[in-house]
Design a protein around this ligand. Structure first.
Ligand code: IDP
Length: 173
């Protein structure tokens, strides 16, 4: 395993989340990270592909290649919207993340909301910040198996960090 799981909790999971190019352009990276932080989930990824001088902030940006996106969305390759989806997702940098915690795959999907933002409840990320299905600002893995596949696709093992969350005992019983 790339990650030290909490073996005491069988529901401890990892998920792959990404702020899509429209979410990045619209300044929603902080908002989306903040919601997962405040919920109590743990950010488990770093990427040092770009270092902004002079402050040397380590950021998680990458401009995904079309190959990466074809692989990531392989299951949708026969859909009529697939070419547009690849154009959209490769139109700018994506903010890619790994988040860890109990049931984070299913809870994370609920926090993102429905694929179509107009059908997504108020209070969800898409329900609060997006309108069109082809501009729905964020991605989250749809199952534990998909999450592991996507993490391995978007990150190398050394880009996924392992550390203990100091506030863990205040979040989990
Ligand atoms: P998900 O992102 O909520 O898991 P998927 O069905 O896996 O939804 O679709 C992947 C992405 O493809 C969606 O997030 C959305 O950006 C895009 N997409 C899905 N359905 C449509 C559509 O009907 N028109 C345009 N884009 C779509």
């Amino acid at each position: 395993s790339l990650f030290n799981r909490n073996m005491a909790d069988p529901r401890a999971e990892r998920t792959f989340l990404a702020v899509k190019p429209d979410g990045v352009q619209r300044g929603l990276v902080g908002e989306i990270i903040s919601r997962f932080e405040k919920r109590g989930y743990k950010l488990g990824s770093r990427q040092i592909r770009l270092v902004v001088e002079p402050v040397k902030i380590l950021i998680f940006f990458l401009q995904p290649s079309k190959d990466l996106l074809h692989n990531h969305y392989a299951e949708l390759s026969s859909k009529p919207f697939f070419p547009g989806l690849i154009e959209y997702m490769s139109s700018g940098p994506v903010f890619a993340m790994v988040w860890e915690g109990t049931d984070v795959v299913s809870v994370g999907r609920k926090m993102l909301g429905a694929t179509n933002p107009r059908e997504s409840p108020i209070g969800t990320i898409r329900g609060d910040f997006a309108i069109d299905v082809g501009r729905n600002i964020c991605h989250g893995s749809d199952s534990v198996g998909t999450a592991e596949r996507e993490i391995a696709l978007w990150f190398t093992p050394d880009e996924v960090v392992s550390y203990g969350l100091a506030q863990k005992k205040w979040i989990y019983e």
